[in-house]
Design a protein around this ligand. Structure first.
Ligand SMILES: *Cc1c(COP(=O)(O)O)cnc(C)c1O
Length: 394
């Protein structure tokens, strides 16, 4: 049987790394870029116009997230939001005599994990809680890590690499019920496409978002910080964002983020249904292949996320072959692509090194189609066979 021709347009199955910008989002941003270009801190007419657009975006985000506008800080993205939450809140807590111990997990994005590790250089102490074989954090394990001097706990809402959902609601409830006086931050960057986020229902003190992960523009993010959460600016300078984040505001970015948040909420349920069906078909086809296994939780995972391990072949070889055949996928974290070392997330899940070396991630989007899936299922089996033959010891 001959292989299907390479598609004229790449098949994009890397939506956990980034998404395309949606047309309505771009449409909302265009007039801001062209006409409302004043500095939002300026008091003249164009400054006031930019300020109005910025505060309009903040109010729209607050309405989506069920919080007050002043509880939202616009940032440059998920990484900065994570830095501001973890570094900024822990620093201010310590200054107020509230301890120097931070708890996080082994599967956090590097924006949290490397930040927390860097803080050890500044005299903070750190506990990194492990995960089970499915890449899930246990509430009990997190609670056990809390000490009298703990000021901050950071646990992501869903993992980018293996798709597993984390028990953040349950953790927030347990912290409340246990009378623990610690701040809870969650990196929710992967989730707006798949779940409505209501700050009170979730029960967290801080939450990070990034627009480019949900069909918004790159380079703009959001940090929710509940009223009263002590937060020291990490990026210092002017007094923008109520002194929490210096720098001339990215007004068009904020407007784009707000438009994207609203846009993905509109038909979230029907998108979830369609994407889940396609993802399940893809996974069924992949898992039927010899030496292929699911990574991450079989049920408690995001609807668009298919992550697998392929025995006896390195992921970078497969990714190269997929790319040559018009398929954009990933080997897990985008930042780790090209490195043959098994990812720290898979290591934390205790996956055998050989399987972890062959870790692939396909993440679907709103526009993924049945023929995209057919193409992957046509291409990948032959590619695995060929790669295994090529890498077999002679
Ligand atoms: C992408 C991502 C980030 C970083 O967001 P940027 O906007 O790219 O800085 C942080 N956390 C998670 C879980 C992510 O997927």
């Amino acid at each position: 049987m001959t292989e299907a021709p390479v598609p004229s347009k790449p098949i994009y199955l890397d939506h956990s790394a980034t998404t395309p910008i949606a047309q309505p989002v771009l449409d909302a941003m265009r007039p801001v870029l062209l006409e409302q270009y004043g500095n939002a801190s300026a008091s003249h007419a164009l400054g006031r116009s930019a300020r109005a657009a910025l505060e309009g975006a903040r109010s729209a985000c607050a309405a989506e997230l069920g919080c007050a506008p002043h509880e939202l800080v616009f940032t440059s993205g998920g990484s900065e939001s994570d830095n501001l939450a973890v570094r900024g809140a822990a620093a201010e807590m310590r200054k107020r005599g509230r301890g120097h111990h931070v708890v996080t997990t082994a599967i956090e994005h590097e924006a949290v994990l490397h930040t927390a590790r860097d803080m050890e250089n500044d005299g903070f102490s750190l506990t990194v809680v492990g995960v089970d074989q499915y890449g899930c954090v246990g509430v009990e394990e997190v609670l056990r890590a809390i000490r009298p001097e703990t000021s901050l706990v950071s646990v992501m809402l869903a993992n980018n690499e293996v798709g597993s959902l984390q028990p953040v609601r349950a953790l927030a409830a347990a912290l409340r019920d246990g009378g623990h006086d610690v701040l809870l931050h969650t990196d929710a960057v992967q989730t707006p496409l798949w779940t409505a986020l209501d700050m009170d229902e979730l029960g967290v003190d801080m939450l990070s978002l990034s627009a480019h992960k949900f069909y918004g523009p790159k380079g703009v993010g959001l940090l929710y910080a509940r009223d009263g959460v002590p937060l020291r600016a990490v990026q210092t300078g002017g007094g923008q964002e109520r002194g929490r984040r210096a720098g001339t505001e990215n007004v068009a970015g904020a407007v784009g983020l707000a438009a994207a948040l609203r846009w993905v909420a509109q038909d979230r349920d029907s998108v979830i249904q369609r994407v889940t069906e396609l993802r399940d078909r893809l996974l069924a086809g992949l898992l039927a292949l010899p030496g292929v296994a699911l990574s991450g939780h079989p049920v408690r995972r995001m609807p668009h996320h298919a992550s697998i391990t392929v025995e006896g072949v390195a992921a970078d070889l497969l990714l190269l072959g997929l790319d040559m055949r018009g398929i954009c996928a990933s080997s897990g974290a985008a930042c780790a692509a090209g490195i043959v070392e098994p990812s720290y997330v898979l290591e934390a899940m205790n996956l055998p090194a050989d399987a972890a070396r062959g870790a692939l991630r396909f993440t679907l989007g709103r526009d993924s189609t049945g023929s995209d899936i057919d193409h992957v299922l046509d291409v990948l089996p032959r590619l695995i066979e060929a790669s295994r033959r090529a890498s077999a010891p002679r």
